[in-house]
Write a protein that binds this ligand. Structure first.
Ligand code: ADP
Ligand code: MG
Length: 152
């Protein structure tokens, strides 16, 4: 089942990020697809802030990965736009991404193919008029539960 949601403005994207944080299972790997400006970072920021990262959320545009210690668990935000070959990710030491309980959000995941842990939920963002639309594609049981919770 494919679920789409209209995000009329930036606030709607932020609300969705908060909603995902509230519905979060123990661990999660989410891939964020979409063109530049589609709302991926806006969504990731709102999600991480709602998890308690606060104002510390940085953009991983140049660092490729930002990690956050949430006390009992770890969150990671990746932006692989600048990656030309997944082999470039080796030196980043991404092993901790695959640990149980890790919370992982990846922008431009197709550029890290083979170097990323198995995905639970894929979100496809796209422009529509002045707003955005997001499509949920679950890839695991946890992802299906989230897509059901977020789609309505
Ligand atoms: P990406 O990370 O996909 O490149 P960003 O999250 O940086 O995109 O968003 C680019 C711009 O889109 C930001 O100025 C943001 O405020 C705006 N934006 C985010 N969501 C929406 C929305 N639903 N409708 C209109 N503008 C949005
Ligand atoms: Mg971005």
């Amino acid at each position: 089942m494919t679920v789409e949601r209209i995000l009329v403005d930036e606030d709607a994207t932020i609300a969705l990020g908060r909603q995902l944080a509230a519905a979060l299972p123990d661990g999660l790997v989410a891939f964020l697809h979409g063109d530049l400006g589609a709302g991926k970072t806006t969504f990731a920021r709102a999600f991480l802030k709602a998890l308690g990262v606060g104002e510390r959320v940085k953009s991983p545009t140049y660092s490729l990965v930002e990690g956050y210690d949430l006390g009992d668990r770890q969150a990671f935000h990746l932006d692989l736009y600048r990656i030309a070959d997944p082999g470039e990710l080796e030196w980043l030491g991404l092993d901790s991404l695959a640990e149980p309980g890790a919370i992982v959000l990846v922008e431009w995941p197709e550029r890290g193919a083979g170097a990323l842990p198995p995905v639970d939920l894929e979100l496809h963002f796209r422009h529509e008029g002045t707003g955005r639309v997001v499509r949920f594609e679950p890839r695991s049981d946890a992802g299906r539960r989230l897509a059901d919770a977020l789609g309505s």
